[in-house]
Design a protein around this ligand. Sequence first.
Ligand SMILES: *Cc1c(COP(=O)(O)O)cnc(C)c1O
Length: 403
Amino acid sequence: MKKTKDFIEREDRYGAHNYHPLDVVIERAEGVWVYDVEGKKYLDCLAAYSAVNQGHCHPRILGVLREQAARVTLTSRAFRNDQLGLLYKDLVEMTGMEKVLPMNSGAEAVETAIKAARKWGYTVKGIPEGKAEIVVCENNFHGRTTTIVGFSSEEQYKKGFGPFTPGFTMIPYGDAKALRRAITPNTCAFLVEPIQGEAGIIIPPDGYLKEAAAICRDEKALLILDEIQSGLGRTGKLFAYEWEGIRPDGVIVGKALSGGFYPVSAFLSSREVMDVFHPGDHGSTFGGNPLACAVAREALAVLREERLVENAAALGPYFIDKLRSIRSDRLKEVRGRGLWIGVELDRPARPDCEALKEKGMLCKETHAHTIRIAPPLVIKKEEVDWAFEQVRSVLEAPALARA
Ligand SMILES: *Cc1c(COP(=O)(O)O)cnc(C)c1O
């Protein structure tokens, strides 16, 4: 019998301790369900931070991965490959953006957006060399590179990792007036999440993005949206910015772009912005590789053809309404959009996440007090009902002493 404890001991002995995972060791998964090394089954309500919106090991994506892996996996961009243009075309047609720059991790795509915005600032807007500023928000999460953590407001993300890249101005999230005040003639972009995920599913006031778009237009700054977690169906729209009917200048995608099979990310923008890149300016050995492109195309096709955006739009509000009916001494607020739900408690949420795990439901606390519920978008109504019952029974039970 395989023992969870042995796997955990081995991992902790040999690995860096940069995560604090729940003590469940997964060895197999299918759709919304994952199975641990002792054969116990769990409903996955994190979906790898929304990277597996299409469900675990989706058979169609798996088929394409196998087929493409047997044909050609990596050419580098020194040569062309037959899959790249096809992915570009799909992304452009789905988003209405004009051009694509493919990368691997989300953080790399954010770095790409930063480079594009700065170079656009110098070469198109006419900002003096070395003076470009990018406005960002408090409690942002855009990844873990040294440049990106440098403009985080989270002390732990930064402490011990400086010195940091200059050129970022921080404003409160959801405050359009603060954006207006922060923009200067040297501002090249406003980089923002349409809904802040890691901060605890923070939804800005209605009209915020619309106002931000208007301010950016007036001030000739780019509006760049990090849709790595909010995009590709999570909120009940393909992109969260569609809730406000705006058109950003740049969009960053990752996570579910591959359905969880493979790191695939991209920066999408107008021709005017993307054309600042010339051969040799920027690149990635694996970015745009044929395996990634084939997987991403199929992942997008699954989102579309299985109507997963529509499923999130239908089941999200249903789930949220049910969660709001819970009577618990420690429940502060239930908020969310689509199948992206934050259940905020008045105390650390870890003990309740542990209790949910015992009941067969995997959730991870974010920002200590919030339980994030973000299952794969293939979840069915009966599974939502089951998940709700688990959350209800845990939150209606007396709090555990353990913190
Ligand atoms: C996950 C995430 C990132 C970073 O993506 P990685 O693939 O982990 O580098 C950036 N921005 C947002 C909003 C994210 O949720």
